[in-house]
Design a protein around this ligand. Structure first.
Ligand code: GLY
Ligand code: MN
Ligand code: MN
Length: 368
């Protein structure tokens, strides 16, 4: 699928949602949402510097001189019109809403309060009704197209290669920070960036699910947990493996195997139409039955795409259903305070008949 076809397809899906909401326009501000709907590659960074106005007939993008030429180059041959007019988004949007005679404009309910107030003032004389929507674009992004799946698989290939590299490179005495640097470097060298700052945690620190790497050095007998992901064409990978230095203790072996089997049972249970919370609850039940349910605590998984955390969620409070094209992680863990922890995380895509896992690294405990 070309970028031109991708944006056309995504605009059609967005316009169908707008019709369902009874709106004749939507304002999009989040950069990840804009990366998705435009399908423009390698131009959006972390800055929330842009605003789009999409109606049934128009797709308009407002940016500034730091980005407008690169955006205009990518917009060629698509229906997007890019403007770098040096005015604030509120003024630019008010002029376009007036030109297009928009009556009901959808705005996402997580827009910044100061921006919402600026819009209310700027649009005051236009008679435009602001209709608050919740996750309008994120809900569309929760179902990936073929082009997105290709990016996500490619990001995971580099991430699997990084794990293989780390299994050769890691040694007793290495600090978490040094290992994080090695992982970061590998992912950047072989891919196009990092999905998120790598988590490396050894010994007791591995009992903290999102430990920030520090100067703790790995010792013989310690677990070493790595949670990391590469990035390809603006799409993220997400993977966790826990390895051990030397021979695992009986308890390390026990919790490692329980987590691996829980991961596999959950992956086998994923299919379209299943609520995300059911997969989480399955993991919780298996961990409870094994006697370690109190040492889990976080959600089983989440969607991944342009952002590392997307819809659908697989947590105990999730209302999301898994659908064909949902790309989700499966990441059960057992975290024993003062001892250490294990997490095994894969990700993949929900298919007509189940779950196709992108992650190729095995679930066998690697002993270094
Ligand atoms: N690396 C973040 C997560 O696994 O959710
Ligand atoms: Mn992760
Ligand atoms: Mn994850």
């Amino acid at each position: 699928m070309s970028a031109k076809q991708a944006t056309q397809h995504r605009l059609e899906r967005l316009r169908a949602s707008l019709e369902q909401e009874g709106c004749d326009a939507v304002i999009i501000r989040h950069t990840s949402d804009l990366r998705w709907v435009t399908a423009f590659e390698g131009v959006f960074d972390e800055e929330e510097a842009h605003a789009a106005l999409v109606t049934p007939q128009a797709a308009l993008l407002h940016s500034d001189s730091r980005y407008d030429k690169a955006l205009a180059a990518r917009a060629q041959g698509t229906e997007w019109e890019v403007s770098g007019e040096p005015v604030g988004h509120a003024r630019w949007l008010a002029a376009r809403l007036g030109d297009l005679r928009v009556k009901r404009v959808a705005i996402e309910d997580d827009v910044a309060l100061n921006e919402y107030r600026a819009w209310a003032v700027a649009f005051e004389d236009l008679g435009v009704e602001l209709v608050e929507t919740h996750d309008l674009v994120r809900t569309l992004r929760a179902v990936k197209d073929a082009d997105e799946i290709e990016c996500l698989r490619a990001a995971q290939e580099i991430t699997d290669a990084a794990f293989t590299h780390m299994c050769e490179w890691l040694h007793v005495g290495v600090t978490e920070r040094e290992a994080g640097f090695e992982l970061d470097t590998f992912l950047r060298r072989h891919g196009q960036g990092l999905a998120f700052p790598c988590i490396c945690a050894t010994g007791e620190n591995s009992a903290n699910p999102h430990h920030i790497p520090d100067d703790t050095a790995a010792r013989e007998g310690d677990f070493f947990l790595m949670d990391f992901g590469g990035r390809v064409r603006d799409y993220d990978a997400d993977m966790t493996r826990t390895v051990v230095f030397g021979t695992p203790s009986a308890q390390q072996r026990e919790i490692y195997d329980i987590v691996a089997r829980t991961n596999e049972a959950c992956e086998a249970a994923i299919k379209p139409g299943v609520p995300g919370k059911d997969i989480h609850n399955l993991a919780q039940r298996l961990l409870d039955e094994a006697g370690y349910g109190a040492y889990f605590g976080h959600g089983l998984g989440h969607g991944v795409g342009i952002d590392i955390h997307e819809l659908p969620n697989e947590g105990s409070r999730s209302e999301n259903l898994l659908q064909v094209g949902s790309v989700v992680t499966v990441e059960p863990g057992i975290y024993l305070p003062g001892v250490g922890g294990v997490r095994t995380e894969d990700y993949g895509v929900v298919t007509e008949d189940g779950f196709s896992v992108f992650t190729k690294a095995s679930h066998d405990l690697v002993q270094l």
